[in-house]
Structure formats: structure tokens, C-alpha cells
Design a protein around this ligand. Sequence first.
Ligand SMILES: [Zn+2]
Length: 634
Amino acid sequence: MTATRAQFREAFIEEVRAATDIVEVIGEHVALKRRGRDWWGLCPFHVEKTPSFSVSAEKQMFYCFGCQTGGNVFTFLMKKEGLEFGEALRLLADRAGIPLPKADLDPEARRRQEQREQLTRLLEAAVEFYVKQLEQAGGRQARAYLARRGLEPETVARFRLGYAPDAWDGCLEALGRRGWSPEMLAQAGLVVETTDARGERRYYDRFRHRLMFPIFDLTGRPIGFGGRVLEGAEPEQPKYVNSPEGPVFSKGRNLYGLNWARDGIRRAGHAVITEGYTDVITAHQAGFTHLVASLGTALTTQQARLLLRYCREVVTAFDADTAGQEATLRGLEVLKQTGLRVRVAMLPDGKDPDDCIRSFGPDAFGRALENAVPLVEYRFRRAMERQDTSTVQGKVRVAGEVVPVLAGLESAVEREEYLKRFARELGVDPEALRTEVEKARRGQARGQGRGRPGAGRWKIPAGTDKLAVYRHNKEEKGNDGKKLGVYRAEQQLLGLMATDPGVARRVAEAVGADGFSDPAHRKVAAALFAWANAGGAEGVRPALLEDDEAAQALARATFSFVEPPDRDRLLEDLLARVEAARRYKRIEELEGMMRERERRGEPVPSELLRELADLVRSAKGRGQPARGPGAEKR
Ligand SMILES: [Zn+2]
């Protein structure tokens, strides 16, 4: 996986940031014009006609007043290009000509990084070797296969397809001559290590007489290979041989073709997942540049997260052979759980994308993608196809497959719509189906834990101000249940802190980072405290939080900060509001504890009552909550 921030020393990150001008970097993606102190342009993160996207050279941050996306140069690249922090850092370091600091890594991490770099160089050499072999006489069958598949020379070159010669030592010999040891080749998965009868180690080529598909990571570095069998191979050879899992290759963490499909996916707004290398290549050649392939495993959460960098929706285009059906469906549930919308394309005659494009043409494939159906619908269709719905048993079986899927739908409207339609098509009473679905829903809810705590009402202990508690409960949660008042106060406070290390130190003393209720605000506060403690020098100003949420929160706080007429008064006021919010939070906790004890029939300890009474009294004494978190305007 890519390096995290923890693997790089602050000094290196700072060096890269200092050598980078945010206006220049963003200027390569967005046309910027200077207006006042900042630069302005059309926001790349939402559609707009008048510029509300601003970049500040002084703050080294960007912020969009339209969609409120903001951050630093790292977060810009992470969002715009779908990179992780380590990748963005590497890119900017390269751009600035700063070498990656191996010395900064601990010895073990350094060893691993060197090993990965070496393996990447070796794999690159192997890609070149196989590509060259494809052009040689031995590659005749592979070339014939590619021609039959209708793949053009430009496509073959773009995807860097190759040929593994029909020999036990083709790759071993050729790369050995270039200085690569058999041990390294084995580590890269290119050769297999065995022990012979005399107990000596032997090596032989893993890929023999195969069409080679190099697999690249997101940034285009080779990480492994898939090799497809060709005519004339020894019988009983598997159709595909893949690189084994190793230091650089992990099937579950990569998707074939994503390095070529990134832009296409972003443009289309969705990705198409298929199974085979040739599906991806044929589709890209036909202009469907948003296809990727799973690497022969059930889809994983990591793969879903990779896709989430570029889109919110996935269309699957697997061939409909029943063997892989259940595994496929489980994989789709994984995608759904990470928040991707999933639709299933039903390809004509159950073919795979490659066959579909070659037999029916690109238009038919495009239509199948457009007509892809939601997962629930797909499940229903599959069940209907498999069962004989003219019999009662057949209907019961279809219902049995569809009920848990319907029960899993969160939206009641959606659930009801499908329920009615499925009941009609299946020829059963919708009431009966509804009963089953409701039963399944109750079962699912139980499976998810205890549900809501006892509804027994907590009696406010004598001596506390009932009105204050009531008012607090009502006011802290605004109309929409969001704690907007506190959120704004915290935002203003952070904006104020960022202008003055003295203010930051004062806030650290008064409330600390834990005093902030919003998690992103807590992170920003902690970073600002660290900055203030380090003397508040401009250079270490924490404009480089790689944490997406925190960077955005800092940008929002500093760009929306307006210099007040009276700084000290604003500071005291904001501190009081943040403190009040924290007090209310504690009151809520105490209430919860009491309710819980009451539910279990246990006595409420007097310390709890005393603390609650104190808190409520001090809230009242300070004139809160009238000016508290519920109050929007100062
Ligand atoms: Zn925007």
C-alpha cells in the first residue's frame, strides 16, 4: 500500500510544501485570475458559471465558497486526482526535484521501501522483456490470438501486452544476464523456486508460452502479471496464471485497468467492473474507457475504496455463468456496504463484455450498460429465471431469495415499490410478501444489537432546575437536529486561533482540543496548539494536515474568518460558548447514565446527581443557554 503520513518526517513534508506554490499547482488545473489578495477561478469540484473558488498564496490554501471544499496543496491533489497523501507528497516532491528521504524512514520501513523499489524496477524490466518476445518469431501464436480478438497494434502497445516464451528458463536467463538474481526473480513472482532430489534449489519460469497481461498500480507502476494459455500448450494447463501475492502484488487491493480508466470513470460518473483482462482492453479500444477488472477474486472493501476515489456508482458486467453467481453477488454486497450504488448490466446472451462487443457491436454493449438494473431487481430476475414459477414451490423459493434483499432496502418507498411489483410478477398476494419482509426486517434489526434502550423516563432529581435542562435539550439540537450554533462558534474560534499563536495558546489553556465538539475541529485545534507551542512560525503553520476533513475544516475556518472590531471580546465570547457546549454534552451524558441505571432498577449515585445539579446551575448562572449554543447571532 501507499505510504502514510507517519512514514515521512515532518521536516520532509515541510520541505516539499515550502518548495511548492499552491497557486502554481492549482493553476495547472484551474484557470485562475488575481482579484484582491487571492486568486479566483471556476471551482473544479462543482459546476458553476461565476468563480467562487479561491486560492490564497499567503495562506497556501484553497477554498470554494460555493461547495465549501477546501484544503491545502496536498488535499487539492488528493481530491482532484484521487491520490492518497503519500502519493500526493511523492508527486510534489518529484515536481520540486526533492528526493524521497530514505534516511528518514526507520530501518525496517527503509528496507521494505528499497525492496519494493527494486521489485518495481525488476517488474518493469520483465514487462519490456515480454513485450519484446511478442515481436519475435516465438510470439507468432500470441500475435495470431490478439489479431483474432480484434486488438489493434496501438491497443497492444498501450496495454503493454507481451509473450512469455515456451521455455523453462526464458525469463530466468534473459533477466539473469541483466544482473537479476534468481532469488529476486522468485520474489517478484516471475520464477518458481523448488528443491531438486539432491536438495539443491532450482528455479524455473512461472509463465511459459503464455500471452502476458502486465498489471499496474494506480500510478502506472507494474506490480504483477496475468498469463493466458495459448494453443499448443501442454494439456491441463490452467487457462490463466497470475503472479502470486507478494510485497508489491496484492489482488484484493488492486483493480486491473484502473490506471487507464481513472479519467474515464470520473467523466462517466461510474465505473464498470468486469472479470477479464481482455474485457477491459476490448472495451477501452471500443471507447468504453471506464472499465476495470477484478483480479479473479471476490470484490474487496479495499477495491471498493479505490473506486470511491473516483465515483459513487458501479455497474457490474460479469458474464452470467452460474458457477460464479453467488460469489459475485456477495462481492456486490461488499461494494454496497462501502456506500457505492450498484447496478448490474445484463449482457445479451449472458456473454462477457469482450464477446458482447465483438458479436453485437459497441452499441449493444453501451445499451446494456445504460439499462443496468439495481441489485435488488437483478436478484429477482435471476431467481425468476432459475425457478419454475408455475409451481407453488417455485414461487416460495423465489420469495425466499428476494425477501432478505427487500428487507435490506433502507428506503421504505423503494421497498414498497419493489414489493408490489415483485408480488405482481410472481403472482402472489402482496400482503403475504409484506408480512415476510417485515418479519425479516425485525430479525435483521435484532441481529444488529439491543436496539433502543429502555424507554423509561428519567425523573429529574429534586433541586435541579427543570426548566434549564428542558431548555438546553431543546436548544442545543436545532430544528434539524444539528448542533449548528456550536459548530459555527468553534469555526470562528479556529479562524481566530490561526491568526495569532497567542490566541491559540489561550484556547489550549481554557478548553483544550477535547473541548471542541466536532471531530475535525478537534484535529485542527490540536494542530494549531502544536503550531503555537512551536513558536507560531509561519513555516510550520499547520497548513498541511493531510487529513481531508481537518484540512477542509481549517480552510473553511480561515477563509470565512472576518476580522472583528474587538478581538478580545470575540475570543471570550466564543470560549464561553464552546465551554457551554461542553457542559451541555456532559449533562447529556449524565442524563444517559441515570436513565440506564433507572432502567436496570439501580439507585442513582449521589455524585452523579450533584455533578448534574452543579452543571445545570453554572449553565444558568452564566446566562446560558439563552446565549448558548442555540443562539445563532452574536
Ligand atoms: Zn466548489
